[in-house]
Write a protein that binds this ligand. Structure first.
Ligand SMILES: Nc1ncnc2c1ncn2[C@@H]1O[C@H](COP(=O)(O)OP(=O)(O)OP(=O)(O)O)[C@@H](O)[C@H]1O
Length: 384
């Protein structure tokens, strides 16, 4: 799924109003009836129809071939435009550049602000892999879901929840002093963060001091636990390594955690399992990639828990995240969706060929996809 921004500058206020109206209507309708679009947009039917034609031609809204009445649904492209428009209006971004990453559930782009400073735009796309790969039989799914859940409302809402979760955690972690990108803005299913000048750990062949970096990564896992959290997917894909030059000219490596979709509370029923899995993942990777095996066994969850009980100085982040608007109910909805669609992190080590260059999205059979896109043109700057 590509991001084509070329129509962004051609849309006028009336078109944006109609696009927003289709989005609003999509919350309750898989296909939003045209008269409802007219009534939400509060414009004349003629004007709305003109906007509808333009939006449909640009692939931002689409007709569903099987619909029994005249109406439209929002495409991922339409949702992308609404979010980009919002980020642009709040001066978070000015132009969209190259795509630098394709995750299983997201697309990553370099964007610029008005001063030309580069940032990272992450577009959450929940639903595309699971629908396409048929992890769960689509028909079973459709049978047991309400119309709202299986319609556009589901992927849009879940992608938005994923973005809200990432933004809320990134903000709380940054404030707590954990090395994560700087969160800069969020709109719908998109977040903007600072660009980490470095490489994912999986791309790094050799490091001068594996023991030092290993200890730092384990310290991050323990530090997160003291903040009340377990990463749950702590691996070589989700850790960027930045080179820091010290005053004496020596270079040290700074790990930055970039992705935390599975973050759970240390009070989670399976907390010990997730904690051990994070530690084991780093152990296994360092042994396999750098031939480094630590002398000690690594931290044990029970001991860490005991230390946390005595640690009265560190504020837990769970409450902070909730206060930011990402509620327990939202967390539960997102968890349930991810479980149902077998979304369980990177399963590090199983696929080392993954990367920005491997876009498995393009080769998939779209016929199995509930959310099909009209077109997939090239990425372009939408301004300047
Ligand atoms: N802030 C950032 N600065 C620099 N590069 C980044 C940043 N965020 C992401 N990237 C790049 O994009 C890639 C994918 O990012 P990320 O892991 O967040 O995506 P993802 O969709 O969650 O992936 P998956 O779900 O498959 O783990 C990273 O490996 C990294 O190369």
């Amino acid at each position: 799924m590509k991001l084509d921004t070329k129509s962004l500058r051609y849309l006028n206020n009336a078109d944006w109003k109609v696009l927003s109206a289709v989005e609003s209507g999509s919350r309750n309708h898989e296909v939003v009836p045209t008269p409802l679009i007219v009534s939400i947009a509060k414009s004349s039917p003629g004007d709305v129809q003109r906007s509808i034609s333009l939006l449909a031609r640009s692939g931002l809204i689409a007709k569903l071939a099987t619909a029994k009445y005249d109406g439209y649904r929002l495409t991922y492209g339409g949702l992308d435009y609404l979010a980009l428009h919002g980020l642009e209006k709040s001066n978070v971004i000015y132009s969209v550049g190259n795509q630098i990453g394709v995750g299983k559930e997201s697309d990553i782009f370099v964007v610029s602000d008005e001063k030309g400073e580069q940032k990272v735009l992450k577009i959450h796309r929940l639903g595309r892999v699971s629908f396409k790969k048929g992890v769960k039989n689509k028909r079973d799914y459709a049978k047991t879901r309400t119309q709202k859940e299986r319609g556009a409302g589901s992927w849009m809402y879940m992608s938005r929840l994923a973005a809200m979760k990432e933004y809320a955690f990134m903000t709380a972690l940054k404030e707590a002093g954990v090395e994560v990108p700087m969160p800069l803005g969020q709109n719908r299913h998109q977040i903007v963060m600072s660009l980490v000048d470095g490489f994912p750990l999986r791309q790094i062949e050799k490091i001068p001091d594996p023991a030092g970096l290993y200890a730092e990564l384990i310290a991050i896992i323990v530090r997160l636990a003291h903040l009340g959290l377990i990463h749950g997917d702590f691996n070589e894909f989700n850790i960027m390594i930045k080179e820091i030059e010290k005053e004496d000219g020596e270079v040290s490596l700074l790990p930055v955690v970039i992705d935390f979709p599975q973050m759970v509370s240390i009070d989670h029923a399976n907390a010990e399992y997730y904690f051990d899995r994070d530690v084991d993942c780093i152990k296994r990777y360092f042994s396999r990639r750098f031939g480094f095996v630590s002398d000690d066994q690594g931290p044990h969850f029970k001991e860490v828990r005991r230390a946390i009980a005595k640690d009265t100085g560190t504020k837990r982040l769970d409450a902070k995240v909730e206060a930011s608007g990402f509620s327990k109910k939202m967390a539960k909805d997102l968890d349930a969706y991810m479980k149902e669609h077998n979304i369980d992190g990177d399963r590090a080590g199983e696929d080392d060929n993954r990367g920005s260059e491997s876009d498995d999205d393009q080769s998939e059979d779209d016929s199995n996809n509930v959310v099909e896109d009209a077109e997939e043109p090239e990425i372009q700057d939408f301004k300047g």
